[in-house]
Write a protein that binds this ligand. Structure first.
Ligand code: BEZ
Length: 203
């Protein structure tokens, strides 16, 4: 398998952490996009994904898969290990919902990063920045109040959650998301010791 990737992307990190947790990371050849702006087309990625987005995985059968949700489900299937996403419906949809919450934080976080870092200063939209910030804080509150009981497990939901909390620390070390969220904070500190987190740390 081949993965178009950039280690800074939280979506890529979710996929790579999933591969590590499944023990199949060595089966994936990492193809680094290098630095490219989100407003530019990346030729090599666009060849495999018309949206030009990462992560994009090319299977050993030559099929291109995207986005991170689809790739993670594929990796679970490929590894033949359903521990990270069981078939039993109550667990499955609880895990998928936690994964979606985390991916929503990643979407808002990347959007915030583009708005505050890449967009020309005079075009920045403060309402947009505030909305992405409040969306992330609301999701963090929901993690603490509604999902804390699920954070003791290792599955696609908790992997995604750890990856996006790592993205917040990476891009906004002064955010202060741990304040008032002791359960989420304890979860993250524990998860951060796992090889899947250590081996995928963005520089
Ligand atoms: C980042 O540098 O924050 C980033 C890079 C690639 C995709 C998403 C975010």
């Amino acid at each position: 398998m081949k993965l178009h990737h950039n280690p800074a992307s939280p979506f890529v990190r979710i996929v790579r952490m999933t591969a590590h947790e499944l023990g199949i990371a060595d089966d994936i050849e990492l193809v680094h996009t290098g630095t490219f702006l989100p407003i530019a087309e990346h030729d090599a990625v666009a060849k495999d994904n018309p949206l030009g987005k990462i992560p994009t995985l090319i299977t050993d059968h030559g099929h291109a898969l995207y986005d991170s949700r689809v790739i993670c489900e594929y990796l679970v299937h490929h590894a033949g290990d359903k521990t990270l996403l069981p078939d039993e419906p109550v667990s499955r949809f609880r895990i998928l919902t936690l994964e979606s919450l985390a991916i929503g934080v990643a979407d808002a976080g990347v959007s915030l990063r583009y708005e505050t870092f890449l967009r020309p200063q005079d075009l920045r939209w403060s309402d947009w920045i505030e909305r992405q910030t409040s969306r992330i804080n609301a999701a963090l509150d929901a993690l603490e109040s509604d999902h804390a009981d699920s954070l003791g497990e290792i599955n696609l939901g908790t992997i995604s959650t750890a990856a996006v909390l790592g993205y917040l620390d990476f891009r906004w070390p002064d955010w202060g998301w741990r304040e008032g969220r002791s359960k989420t904070s304890a979860f993250y500190d524990g998860f951060a010791q796992r090889p899947s987190m250590i081996l995928t740390m963005p520089e």
